[in-house]
Design a protein around this ligand. Structure first.
Ligand code: CTP
Length: 404
């Protein structure tokens, strides 16, 4: 039975958390409740205690709350943290790592997936500070259940109303299902640009930030996969909980991928590998002359392309950065490189930022358009496709094995 910690914060919609709790129980979820002290002014902890059949954690300093350090024991035991309703205050604390109440302390102490259903006045919700904090949480993989529009408690008509109970429960159950759905897989991800040296001070490279690959690596890790992230030079910190291999040139990246390919069951090539490198790296700094200079370039190895023939049961996922005929060109790359999935994006939208729009092109079936979402959300969509592809590969095997 999965265990969900339901965080309730100080908002008039706190009473709806009772319904969320009951609904989750109908799906056989064991719910433990954590309340901020503001929340206890709206609904008494006893209500949640009686509904959940567990003590409610709302006072870090209460006698008994520290015999097992409650915020740590709950953080460890939780399969998921759901906050409904979430005020602007708790969203801000989560985003900035402030831990000064039972719920924000628990959030910083848990590695469980987190779902947040904000509820607040329209202007508060639209405030750049709140939107920035929500964007930070999204990029970290927190699932935000968007508030609806309607009459708010403050008398306003607008966005900010807690999402419907059914929607919150559905998002929670979906996040629970995603939790370990890549366990058993070893996902090898390439990310970032490669840097091709010309001499000790000059190089040829591109503007890839590496974010897309890093988000794929983090999403796969959070969903239970072993992850090897082979990264060209980026400004991003190496994510925790995975094997990180730092490389510089296309040649080094190719070597690292070959080395780890044997243990991989899935390869996601998100790196923007240089297609050309200078024919030779000058050991001394090149001196300028008066006339023009020609830089002779040679092709690098197609890292992903070289894996197709030896892929076996592995799934290969590539990216296609295009400016025109997105889907057709992606399909051509897919068959040339023997891929199972290709993520096509219009480079005008993608490079650099935290969000991305893409078209997921599968071998069979219609391409799926993913509108502009955070790169982490797109990463999770890619992981969803991997899970589905794996299930499809497993189906004929099961059929071959016959009924048991
Ligand atoms: N790729 C790779 N090794 C290379 C080049 C690309 O592994 N040397 C991978 C990328 O990580 C990406 C996919 O292949 O997943 C992109 O394919 P590619 O045909 O190289 O795309 P573009 O560079 O956009 O190609 P083109 O210039 O032909 O449009």
């Amino acid at each position: 039975m999965p265990m969900v910690v339901l965080g309730v914060t100080g908002c008039i919609a706190a009473y709806k958390a009772c319904e969320v709790l009951r609904e989750l129980q109908r799906f056989e979820v064991d719910v433990h409740v954590v309340m901020t002290s503001a929340a206890t002014r709206f609904v008494g902890p006893m209500t949640f205690e009686a509904l959940s059949r567990h003590p409610v954690f709302h006072d870090q300093w209460a006698l008994g709350a520290n015999s097992d350090i409650r915020h740590i024991s709950l953080a460890e035991a939780a399969d998921l943290l759901l906050v409904a309703p979430a005020t602007a205050n708790i969203v801000g604390k989560f985003a900035r790592g402030i831990a000064d109440d039972p719920l924000s302390t628990l959030y910083t102490a848990t590695v469980a997936p987190t779902v947040i259903a904000p509820a607040m006045n329209t202007n508060m919700f639209d405030h750049p500070a709140v939107q920035e904090n929500l964007a930070t949480l999204r990029s970290r993989g927190v699932r935000i259940v968007e508030p609806g529009s309607g009459y708010l408690a403050c008398g306003w008509l607008g966005r900010g109303r807690l999402a419907e109970v059914g929607e919150i429960v559905e998002a929670t159950m979906a996040a629970l299902a995603r939790r370990r759905d890549l366990s058993g897989e070893t996902v090898l991800v390439t990310a970032g640009p490669t840097v091709e040296d010309i001499d000790p001070v000059r190089f040829v490279s591109n503007r890839s930030s590496g974010r897309m690959g890093y988000r794929v690596a983090e999403a796969a890790r959070d969903r239970g996969a072993q992850v090897i992230l082979v990264s060209g030079p980026t400004e991003l910190p190496a994510p925790s909980g995975l094997e990180y291999v730092s490389v510089r040139s296309a040649e080094e990246m190719a070597r690292a991928v070959q080395e780890h390919f044997d243990h991989a069951t899935v390869v996601v090539a998100a790196a923007a590998v240089a297609d050309y490198r200078p024919v030779a790296v000058s050991a001394a700094k090149l001196k300028k002359g008066d006339g023009p200079r020609t830089l002779e370039l040679v092709r690098t190895e197609d890292i992903l392309g070289s894996l197709g023939d030896k892929k076996g049961e592995r799934l290969l996922v590539g990216f296609a950065a295009e400016t025109e005929n997105l889907v057709d060109r992606a399909r051509a790359k897919m068959s040339a490189k023997k891929l199972d999935l290709i993520v096509a994006n219009d480079v005008a939208d993608g490079f650099g930022g935290e969000s991305n729009a893409a078209v997921l092109v599968r071998r069979a079936g219609a391409p799926v358009e993913v509108p502009l979402v955070s790169k982490r959300e797109l990463a999770d969509r890619i992981c969803d496709e991997i899970v589905e592809l794996r299930a499809r590969v497993a189906e004929p095997e099961k059929a071959k094995a016959g009924p048991r």
